[in-house]
Design a protein. Structure first.
Length: 132
């Protein structure tokens, strides 16, 4: 029982100390620790991109929403995400197939399909058209 508890505690501490968990696939134990290393799991896939208007200007605050197309549906960690002042967004998601939709006030909603594999970074740029 103790080895399992120590393994879980080490995993939790590693998760708290790592700022970019997508790039971590191994954690080395300290000298005198449990010995060797253990695998945390495959790197988390990421979907990223830039949202712009037809004129090329970035759209800040655009709402980005992925919907899992897999059966059973992948659990998406957050409800939504918004683009930054430069129109960029980034979202770590479990591996799978998604329909990613982007909407912003005064623009038509756009959707694209993407399949993410472990460790992959997929770029989905969106160019939105004004509604008027």
């Amino acid at each position: 029982m103790w080895p399992v508890c120590l393994l879980v505690a080490a995993w939790l501490v590693a998760g708290l100390l790592v700022t970019d968990a997508r790039s971590v696939d191994r954690v080395e134990t300290a000298e005198g620790g449990m010995g060797g290393s253990f695998i945390l799991g495959p790197p988390i896939p990421v979907v990223q991109g830039r949202i712009t208007a037809r004129e090329g200007t970035p759209i800040a605050g655009a709402y980005v929403e992925p919907r899992s197309l897999d059966r059973p549906r992948a659990r998406i960690p957050d409800v939504g995400n918004v683009s930054g002042a430069d129109g960029r967004y980034e979202w770590p998601l479990p591996a799978g197939t998604y329909e990613v939709s982007v909407s912003a006030e005064g623009y038509r909603r756009e959707s694209r399909r993407v399949t993410l594999r472990a460790g992959q970074t997929a770029t989905l740029d969106f160019t939105l058209t004004r509604t008027r």
